[in-house]
Design a protein around this ligand. Structure first.
Ligand SMILES: Cc1cc2nc3c(=O)[nH]c(=O)nc-3n(C[C@H](O)[C@H](O)[C@H](O)COP(=O)(O)O)c2cc1C
Length: 162
């Protein structure tokens, strides 16, 4: 058989097929099925930094407002209340995924603030992730902000409850 082994993020992989982040990874059975089907690694669905913040429902409401304005936009953003497991659930899910399969499990974090995601990135590492996918972006939801203002934003980390 042809040797398709490769390296990705320093990880030795049996082949270059890596399942990307999606709601399919919310089920351990699906992750097992991906391994059985030949996936060499799996990227878990993303945990959104907004889910760690008190203001998450606020952002979610604005995202939903735009996303439901026409049919094609419905899938732009996940429904933060229903899509994901929340911070603790995410870590537990990662631990269970690591126990269930032998392939590398890559965590995924969507960061918004300047460095606010770092704390949780460490927890993802401690939970056993082999690597971390990081998406950093700011989604402007205020229609009065100009493009220039958005580019100037260096969003401070949101305050968390103790
Ligand atoms: C329903 C759905 C949910 C997704 N959820 C995430 C996610 O949580 N995090 C992420 O980084 N990418 C997410 N993605 C993006 C995918 O991981 C992938 O990068 C994207 O679908 C491009 O691959 P494709 O061209 O094969 O669809 C999602 C995509 C879809 C369709």
């Amino acid at each position: 058989m042809i040797d398709l082994s490769t390296r990705y993020l320093g990880l030795p992989l049996a082949n270059p097929l890596v399942a990307s982040a999606s709601p399919l990874c919310e089920s351990i059975d699906n992750i097992r099925a991906m391994e059985d089907a030949g996936a060499a690694a799996v990227v878990l669905h993303s945990l959104f930094e907004e889910q760690l913040d008190v203001e998450s429902t606020h952002l979610d409401r604005y995202l939903a407002q735009g996303a439901e304005s026409y049919a094609e936009a419905l899938d732009y953003f996940p429904d933060l209340t229903g899509y994901n497991l929340g911070p603790d659930g995410y870590l537990e899910h990662l631990r269970r995924a690591k126990e269930a399969v032998g392939i590398p499990i890559i965590g995924s974090l969507n960061g918004v603030s300047a460095g606010g995601w770092i704390e949780f990135a460490k927890k993802i590492e401690q939970a056993g992730a082999d690597a971390l996918e990081l998406n950093v972006y700011y989604i402007p939801t205020d229609p009065h902000l100009t493009g220039g203002q958005v580019e100037q934003i260096r969003r401070p980390r949101a305050k968390r409850e103790a």
